[in-house]
Design a protein around this ligand. Structure first.
Ligand code: NAD
Length: 485
């Protein structure tokens, strides 16, 4: 297959590559160089209408295709992603600014795992039966919903796009999917892979465009009966406001402001290594990054000294260079947002211990959007810096004296996506895990993912769960049949 990134991206509707109906495009920029390198369709409601027509036409066949056949085609997509790892990783890095080694080791392998996982999952998916002794038997059928919408963000482009599409297709739905307009390229390349894998026309339709014109047309369309969305809490709120009165099923995976809670008795070296990663991986642009580092007072100074020394050594630079630990942030808009957050942290009285500045590497990346990994201390729990999601290479340090104080700080956020707890005291780890208000808790590790587990957040971090059977249940309607004996 030839998976080179084209100058002009197309929509994938009804199995064909199509220009947007109104012929409008916007620039796609490589954030590491600041240069325009392709054009992205600026699709709108008319393109979504066409995609919904194609999906509705494909649904009767796809929803009744034997599980074994659906497994084969989804598994073939996974294989083709693996076979094209290098091309996909390069496209992801050029679109997003993340280091190429990261795209190769994490993003693209996870995209193929998502397809493989749900391809095999569909072979094992089953529903319940409830017997009423000798009176009656109930059995529950889980049927695909019909046409569903999947909308994803820019931070883990193909990884999160496929995390939604794979279970939706596995469950027998036809899909209208929109990748982020900021990182559309691997979504486009996935169209080519689906074609090559033999996915029937119209089963998956990938439409490119921005949130207000294209994303909201998906949410508003009366024939799209479920919306699976990952992105900001702001957009999630708008989506819920539109979809709820239409009684659509919604799954919302939103922002985070995750605590990383460090007790003095932890495995120090492992904690330190992992905390650098959990703070700054992907330039801090992972919803699961621990952006509030909470450290037990007795080891706070020791932690600060060692952590700051390690952070200062992180090399920021050309994402194509194997030596770069950190690449560019995703866009000029996001660069400005993060730099404003750093300025706000200073205004609020924060002391910058490391970073705090934009960075201009020499050579081809001189006009890229690079920010030094930044560590701030001296701010209280209730300031904006510690309440609002920054979603960039910026963490704050706070200290606590007792377990109760750690809990109070951890739970002081309106978000509740994930938390990390570092301690060798197994009882304390479990006590804390019970009481922290987050959907995902890691003890003595971070970002260790088992795709069978429920994934999602409390509070402003979202509604519903993805992963494993949770996703298969979301993408199906249960129907109970009661038979009197
Ligand atoms: P965003 O909300 O701006 O955009 C996400 C997607 O939604 C894009 O495809 C966008 O075009 C679309 N969109 C925007 N407004 C819309 C609307 N009104 N209707 C329909 N679609 C709309 O988010 P982003 O900036 O791309 O991503 C960063 C955010 O995503 C952060 O808040 C981050 O925490 C969150 N995120 C959450 C998770 C999770 O699993 N909880 C994972 C990754 C990222």
């Amino acid at each position: 297959m030839n998976l080179n990134a084209p100058d002009q991206i197309s929509n994938y509707i009804g199995g064909s590559l199509r220009a947007p109906i109104h012929g409008k495009y916007f620039d796609n920029i490589n954030p590491a160089t600041g240069e325009v390198y392709s054009q992205t369709p600026d699709s709108d409601a008319s393109d979504i209408e066409m995609a919904v027509g194609a999906a509705k036409a494909a649904f009767p066949n796809w929803s009744t295709t034997p599980a074994e056949e659906r497994f084969k085609v989804l598994n073939r997509i996974a294989q083709l992603i693996d076979e094209n790892l290098d091309a996909l990783a390069l496209a992801e890095t050029n679109d997003n600014g993340k280091p190429l080694w990261l795209s190769k080791r994490v993003d693209i392998p996870r995209a193929s795992s998502n397809f493989r996982f749900f391809a095999t999952g569909l072979l094992h998916f089953s529903a319940e039966s409830h017997s009423m002794e000798d009176r009656a038997v109930n059995y529950t059928i889980r049927q695909p919903i019909g046409v569903v919408g999947c909308i994803s963000p820019w931070n883990l482009p193909l990884y999160l796009f496929s995390w939604k599409i794979a279970p939706a297709l596995a469950a027998g739905n036809c899909v209208i999917a929109k990748p982020s307009e900021v990182t559309p390229m691997t979504g486009y390349l996935l169209s080519l892979i689906c074609k090559e894998a033999g996915l029937p026309d119209g089963v998956l339709n990938i439409v490119h465009g921005n949130g207000p014109n294209c994303g909201s047309a998906i949410v508003k369309h009366p024939d799209i009966k479920a919306i699976s969305f990952t992105g900001s809490t702001r957009a999630g709120r708008d989506i819920a406001a539109t979809a709820a009165p239409m009684f659509k099923k919604i799954s919302l995976e939103l922002g985070g402001k995750n605590p990383n809670i460090i007790f003095a008795d932890c495995d120090w070296d492992k904690m330190m290594r992992t905390t650098v990663q959990s703070s700054f991986s992907n330039q801090g642009q992972i919803c699961l990054c621990g952006s509030r580092v909470l450290v037990e007072e007795s080891v706070y100074e020791k932690f600060k000294e060692e952590f700051v020394a390690r952070v200062k050594k992180l090399t920021v630079g050309d994402p194509l260079d194997e030596q770069s630990k950190q690449g560019a942030v995703v866009s000029k808009l996001h660069f400005d947002k993060v730099m404003n957050c750093i300025a706000l942290a200073k205004e609020e009285g924060g002391k910058v211990l490391a970073g705090g500045n934009a960075l201009q590497p020499e050579g081809r990346c001189a006009k890229g959007y690079f920010i030094e990994p930044t560590v701030v201390e001296g701010l209280g729990a209730n300031c904006r810096t510690n309440m609002e999601e920054i979603f960039g290479p910026v963490v704050t340090l706070q200290s606590f004296k007792t377990e109760d104080e750690a809990l109070q700080l951890a739970n002081s956020s309106d978000y509740g996506l994930s938390a990390t707890i570092w301690t060798q005291d197994i009882s304390r780890a479990n006590r804390m895990a019970m009481k922290v208000h987050s959907g995902i808790i890691w003890v003595n590790t971070w970002l260790l993912r088992d795709l069978r587990t429920p994934f999602g957040g409390f509070k402003n971090s979202g509604v519903g769960r993805e992963g494993g059977w949770e996703a298969m249940r979301f993408f199906t309607e249960p129907k109970n049949v009661c038979v009197e004996l």
